[in-house]
Design a protein around this ligand. Structure first.
Ligand SMILES: Cc1cc2nc3c(=O)[nH]c(=O)nc-3n(C[C@H](O)[C@H](O)[C@H](O)COP(=O)(O)O)c2cc1C
Length: 274
């Protein structure tokens, strides 16, 4: 039987649906439903011309006020790749990736344009941090979509914001240019499992925000996810104990119970003079 969008929906959300049953599993919706981040790469390298076309595609995103407040750093020197491996040793897929990019928010260029044309940049600092962040995230997302359409696979890396001072120094990022996320790029050497998502009825709200079924939905999601891909090692058993039926919500609530990327806030405050 031909695979349909409904089959991909079921794989993505772990719930049966008739939505898309009449549509073959083809095209952009199918590719997005089947998305996975990859952390292992085949030996195949990425064609330099294709990479340039992917940059062009990524730069074609809509951009807030037509300001284009982002920059993409392509890390090519071996010494820099070695340094990345040293700075983020737990993620070996970064140094192994055939290509590595860092998508940055860029609050610098527009200020220089103002200076160049004799005006004064008067936006509020937090807003002027947020807008470049959104643009950089959209550019990364567009790059991922274009890459997957070409048979490439990727893994975003927010871990570049942990040793942010070191990475920023390595990439010579000036004031107000800051990393949003790295991106590993390559060809797959295997198909990882599809990571189950919270269903649309939890994430998409009609006319008003409604999380009145919060507990039922979280429990249901935990169960579906545990059936598909149980979490074998519980985090921080010493602190929170061993829990029967440990699921996504246990795991994530324990994961975020620590300060993460504390240095990033200082870095941004310093960079933006906040
Ligand atoms: C902004 C962002 C940052 C991420 N940072 C990391 C990272 O530092 N290391 C990593 O291995 N995966 C990272 N990921 C990948 C997520 O873990 C992954 O998207 C998530 O587990 C869902 O899996 P999927 O992409 O296969 O559907 C990141 C994803 C995003 C969107």
């Amino acid at each position: 039987m031909t695979e349909t969008l409904a089959d991909l929906y079921e794989a993505r959300f772990g719930e049966a649906t008739e939505l898309g049953r009449d549509r073959p599993a083809e095209g952009e919706i199918a590719r997005q439903l089947a998305h996975r981040s990859h952390r292992r790469w085949s030996d195949k390298s990425v064609d330099p011309d294709l990479l340039q076309l992917l940059f062009a595609a990524a730069l074609s995103i809509p951009t807030k006020s037509d300001l284009m407040q982002y920059a993409i750093l392509h890390v090519t020197e071996q010494a820099k790749k070695d340094r990345l491996a040293e700075l983020i040793p737990s993620m070996t897929w970064i140094a192994d990736a055939p290509e590595f990019l860092v998508f940055c928010g860029d609050g610098r260029r527009i200020r220089k344009v103002c200076e160049y044309r004799g005006t004064h940049f008067a936006h509020e600092e937090l807003d002027s941090f947020f807008n470049p962040t959104v643009d950089a995230a959209l550019a990364m997302s567009a790059f991922i979509r274009a890459a997957e359409a070409e048979g490439l696979v990727t893994c975003p890396i927010s871990a570049v914001r942990e040793p942010v001072e070191e990475i920023s120094a390595m990439l010579e990022l000036p004031e107000r240019v800051f990393p949003v996320a790295g991106l590993c790029i390559g060809y797959p050497d295997w198909e990882p499992w599809v990571s189950l998502r919270l269903p649309p009825r939890v994430m998409v709200h009609k006319d008003r925000y409604d999380d009145s079924n919060f507990e039922t939905e979280i429990d249901g999601y935990d169960e579906r996810r545990a059936k598909r891909n149980p979490i074998r090692r519980q985090r921080e058993v010493e602190k929170y104990g061993e829990r029967e039926g440990y699921g996504w919500s246990d795991d994530k609530s324990r994961q975020v119970s620590h300060l993460e990327r504390g240095g990033f806030v200082n870095y941004v405050n310093k960079s933006f003079g906040i």
